[in-house]
Ligand binder design. Structure first.
Ligand code: GLC
Length: 643
């Protein structure tokens, strides 16, 4: 599937672009203006339409639109030659994202101390096969606590503790030369209360007061709260924060120091678009659009996944397609699967939107399947997972810096006829070591009420039951491999969370106590273990086992799974309840979530002989006439012999 108009369309005979646009084009080097005209012809109608729907009734709309466009054109004019060329290459090759990229996600300070430190770890990343590096927020943050940098105090400055302004483009260049794209977190739902916009609002500047959402009475707060959920009910209950200086409550979905932006105000859109394009011009190639599901507020609604969000995101995408078409937008919308298609532009208002989105339900379902020893939840999630448009892909993962949020699975579990809360609460208890199996060493994250299920914190191997002394790691390693094998098989973009490749454990108690703030997610935010990294080639060491495991999965992925186009997954029949059998492009993936071995009847799954790779990378032939025994927690990928 591709979107109408997503590829070059003929120039309009008489472009009715605003006067400022005509002037900006005239002032540009002719080659750039020539490249921008067809982009404008393609993007202007969509941009105009989306912004008009959002802001068309506001006074000064034409000037606003003119301003937004001219700002984008200025960014296009200022784009350095290497980035300009990257754009042209990616425009010519929209399938570049389907090249089997491997992602890695890290906090800058914990991974390498600073942006310069990250540059020094490039050979390490290359060794692992990483082609896409997601750095958690590194822009100037409000004073601690700042939610790990998710309270941004300036979109223009790098966090001083992490480096200088010049370090960012330098890092981008180093990464690009190594074939790695930098993805920056982009926190667009809220800013720190220390951001100049919030400070101006605090001082009573009416223009900036309108950057935020206010309630002036406890009744008004209560009326809205009735419809809202809570993200951090334990550490930041409620969605509003009293602001003494204004004698009013400001909307704060997350922590009280994270003020939600008011996207009904066109100035907010213009500022955010400018910030994003400026970062793109520093060399950032992808943006993780944080908390996108919360961007639009509607009185009397739960303020999640509102339709206007897609107008905002499509307008941002149109601006990128104009000024920095090589840039990728990735939605962080940790929502049930059924809510996600619109983030790819597959909603009631179709059009190019984000190219990538987190598949949180698949991640949670895989952990659930592991806890239950049966794969029904994964099957159900995949049954509801739509095929994506050309150039779009899922981000698949096992762990990230946040908790495993179980509640995203409620719709699928309800569809299966099971009692979702009880089932998910069991999984949550299981991973906290409070079920019949005492081995998992996670911890429950905060939950809103007794009807909500606690999320789960912890690093992969700890959740998978690795004993604290690290002895007998085989069962936990098998579980970890199973989860990654699924993530590498289904996703377009599998993401490794820093530390997993070294088998890092949960953060220890003393360090947890020493860290600022009571956020339970710190449990799985360890510092990079350089000593373990030094043992990464040692097959006897846990770090060596994990590093080799992930490298092998990436090697097998590139060797066995066809790349270059969107993944079309099919569920295959499987008799054993623990067995998940999938096909993509003729390749079969078998994943045994059961503790014990199961048998797969390949005759029902394949016509002729199949091949797989052994640990040393040798091709093995598998006879589909013979029943195949898959050990507990094992995964296997099989493909027909190459023609
Ligand atoms: C996203 C981030 C999370 C953060 C929240 C608020 O969900 O992943 O870590 O706390 O947004 O910015």
């Amino acid at each position: 599937m591709s979107f109408d108009g997503a590829t070059a369309s003929p120039l309009p005979v008489d472009p009715c672009w605003p006067a400022g646009v005509q002037a900006a084009l005239a002032a540009m080097p002719p080659a750039r203006a020539a490249a921008l005209r067809p982009r404008l012809a393609r993007e202007f109608p969509r941009l105009h339409d989306r912004l008009q729907r959002l802001y068309g009734r506001q006074p000064g709309f034409d000037a606003f639109l003119d301003g937004v466009l001219c700002q984008a054109l200025r960014c296009a004019a200022e784009r350095e030659p290497a980035l300009w060329q990257l754009d042209l290459d990616r425009e010519r090759q929209p399938e570049w994202l389907h090249a089997g990229l491997l992602g890695y996600c890290a906090y800058v300070d914990k991974f390498a101390g600073s942006l310069c430190g990250v540059a020094q770890r490039v050979p390490y990343l290359q060794e692992l096969g990483v082609r896409y590096l997601h750095l958690l927020p590194f822009l100037k943050a409000g004073s601690p606590p700042n939610d790990g940098g998710f309270a941004v105090a300036s979109f223009e400055a790098v966090e001083p503790a992490l480096g200088t302004q010049a370090d960012l483009p330098a890092l981008c260049r180093t990464l690009r030369a190594a074939g790695i794209s930098l993805c920056s977190d982009f926190v667009l739902n809220h800013v720190s209360h220390e951001h100049p916009w919030a400070q101006a609002a605090l001082a009573g500047d009416p223009a900036y007061l309108d950057y935020f959402h206010w309630r002036d009475s406890a009744e008004a707060v209560a009326a809205q709260e009735r419809h809202l959920g809570q993200v951090f009910p334990g550490t930041a209950p409620g969605n509003f924060t009293w602001v003494e200086a204004r004698q009013a409550w400001v909307w704060t979905t997350f922590y009280p120091y994270q003020w939600d932006l008011n996207y009904a105000n066109p100035a907010v859109f213009a500022e955010i678009a400018a910030a994003l394009l400026k970062l793109a011009n520093q060399g950032v190639e992808a943006f993780r659009l944080d908390s996108t599901g919360y961007l639009w507020k509607r009185e009397g609604s739960n303020c999640l996944n509102q339709p206007e969000i897609h107008l905002i995101l499509q307008a941002l995408r149109a601006l990128c397609a104009l000024a920095a078409p090589g840039v990728v937008l990735k939605a962080e919308a940790i929502m049930p699967t059924r809510e996600l298609p619109p983030y790819f532009g597959l909603g009631p208002q179709p059009g190019p939107e984000c190219q990538v989105a987190y598949h949180a339900s698949l991640m949670a379902a895989a952990w659930l399947a592991l806890a239950e020893g049966e794969a029904s939840a994964v099957r159900e999630v995949l049954r509801h997972t739509p095929d994506l448009p050309e150039g779009c892909l899922w981000l698949s993962y096992v762990r990230c810096h946040d908790d495993i949020g179980w509640n995203v699975l409620r719709p699928e579990l309800s569809a299966l006829g099971s009692e979702p809360v009880a089932r998910l609460a069991r999984a949550s208890r299981h991973y906290a070591g409070q079920g019949p199996d005492p081995r998992p060493r996670g911890r429950a994250f905060q939950a809103a009420d007794e009807h909500a299920v606690h999320g789960t914190n912890g690093m992969t191997l700890a959740l998978a039951g690795l004993p604290p002394d690290g002895r007998d790691p085989e069962p936990a390693l098998a579980r970890m491999q199973l989860l990654h094998a699924l993530s590498f098989f289904v996703g377009g973009l599998p993401l490794i969370y820093m530390g997993e490749e070294l088998g890092q454990d949960n953060v220890g108690e003393a360090e947890l106590q020493a860290r600022q703030g009571p956020d339970g997610r710190e449990l799985h935010r360890p510092a990079f273990d350089a000593a373990a990294a030094a043992r990464r080639h040692d097959p006897q060491h846990l770090a060596g086992r994990c590093f080799a495991m992930l490298r092998r999965l990436q090697r097998d992925r590139l060797a066995l799974l066809p790349q270059g186009r969107p993944v079309r997954l099919r569920l295959l029949p499987a008799e054993a309840p623990g067995l998940l059998a999938l096909a993509r492009d003729g390749v079969i993936g078998l994943f045994n979530f059961g503790e014990t071995a199961c048998t797969a009847d390949l005759r029902t799954l394949a016509q002729g002989p199949l091949q797989t790779l052994d640990a040393e990378g040798r091709m093995l032939t598998v006879d589909p006439q013979q029943p195949l025994t898959l050990p507990g927690h094992a995964a296997l990928w099989l493909r027909p012999p190459a023609a």
